[in-house]
Design a protein around this ligand. Structure first.
Ligand SMILES: *Cc1c(COP(=O)(O)O)cnc(C)c1O
Length: 371
């Protein structure tokens, strides 16, 4: 019995990657995105499972993440997708990561740092086709950068890329995704006319399912790798299996007379005599306080309403006026128990957020274990 543990099903990660690969068009390859410690699942172990499932690339956001992943997977192409400050750039290059590029200034810096390290840097020139984040909006400027990178002996032109803003909103984006795709496709044609070997990549998980034309040479998939649904629905409908479950146990079972409150601020009072189970996890573990009085926990194979305010280290559930639940019973906050299942998507909907934030938010206090 453990206070709180996130069990990670690495076989599910492997199988999800195999499903994603099957989804990809032609020779397109799968890049498994393991940033933010593998969306809270553990970056390195998930990377190993993803590679076993057919991923051939890895991607992270930061230089430190690149450093950690490259220590174990130095032989696998690794893209550091985020912005890199000068010291971070040295770390990323030291880790052998390929890096994104979208300005002449950064190209100059990159070439100098690569020369200092006596190793050419592999670059991915980023066109911002509408995300409004990293990358240049100007396709002419991006093409000029492509040519400059190709001509620089300190740089190796690896790829051009972009990122979609609304791939996960097929019903409400008013053609924005198609417009981004069209802009990128035009750019890729211009680039490949001059540099046929250069790779192109654009798709995230949602885009992979939404439109095969977005697959190009490589798809950068994160959320689906972990069996979370990119469209916030049921991942099973896409053959994806959630890899993470979050477990605790019932540390105390107490008789509450009607009117007795649970937790800080007395936000819940027993409407009748009842049994309350105390579960020793809380917002310190990433179970968000905003779920107070608005979530369910699986105990004894049933959904039990979470009652009272979630504390840092404890929360309480109403077990009902009669209960067979005893101290030591397993509690499942995310995952299945008996016939019941609580998905990250369900908690996200209750919180007005997305499943990504649920698994990323499980704190480092919670050990991740295979299972
Ligand atoms: C995080 C990220 C991805 C992965 O997106 P998912 O929706 O998790 O598949 C792909 N590309 C970029 C640039 C990212 O930042």
């Amino acid at each position: 019995m453990e206070r709180a543990v996130a069990r990670i099903d690495f076989e599910a990660v492997r199988a999800n990657c195999a499903r994603l690969r099957d989804e990809l068009r032609g020779a397109a390859e799968l890049c498994a995105v393991v940033k933010a410690d593998g969306y809270g699942h553990g970056a390195n172990d998930c990377a190993a499972a993803a590679l076993a499932g057919g991923a051939t690339w890895l991607a992270v956001a930061t230089a430190r993440e690149a450093e950690e992943v490259s220590r174990r997977f130095g032989h696998v192409p690794l893209l550091a997708m985020g912005a890199l400050s000068p010291p971070e750039l040295d770390i990323a290059l030291g880790a052998g990561a390929e890096v994104g590029l979208w300005s002449g200034d950064f190209r100059t810096l990159l070439a100098a740092r690569a020369r200092a390290a006596s190793r050419p840097a592999r670059v991915h020139v980023k066109l911002d086709t509408g995300m409004g984040r990293l990358g240049t909006f100007d396709a002419e400027e991006a093409l000029a950068l492509v040519r400059a990178c190709d001509a620089d002996p300190n740089l190796e032109l690896a790829a051009v890329w972009t990122h979609f803003a609304t791939a996960d909103e097929p019903d409400s984006d008013e053609g924005y995704f198609e417009a981004q795709l069209g802009r990128f496709d035009e750019f890729v044609q211009a680039v490949k006319a001059e540099f046929p070997e250069v790779l192109a990549h654009a798709a995230n998980s949602a885009a992979v399912y939404r439109d095969p034309r977005s697959h190009f040479d490589l798809a950068r998939c994160g959320v689906a790798v972990y069996g979370l649904d990119p469209f916030q629905g049921d991942p099973a409908e896409r053959g994806l299996a959630p890899a993470l479950s979050l477990h605790s146990y019932v540390a105390a079972v107490k008789r509450f007379p009607a009117g007795q409150s649970a937790g800080y601020g007395r936000s819940w009072k027993a409407p009748r005599d009842t049994w309350v189970g105390v579960i020793p996890v809380g917002y310190g573990d990433g179970v968000r306080r905003a779920l107070s009085n608005d979530a369910e926990v699986l105990v004894g194979g049933e959904r039990r309403p979470l009652v009272g305010t979630i504390s840092m280290d404890n929360l309480t559930v109403d077990l009902g006026p009669e209960t067979g639940v005893e101290v030591g019973a397993e509690a499942v906050l995310i995952g299945a128990q008996g016939e019941q299942r609580i998905r990250a998507e369900e908690l996200a909907a209750r919180l007005g957020t997305i499943n990504y934030e649920i698994t990323c938010g499980i704190s480092t206090r919670v050990p991740r274990r295979p299972g």
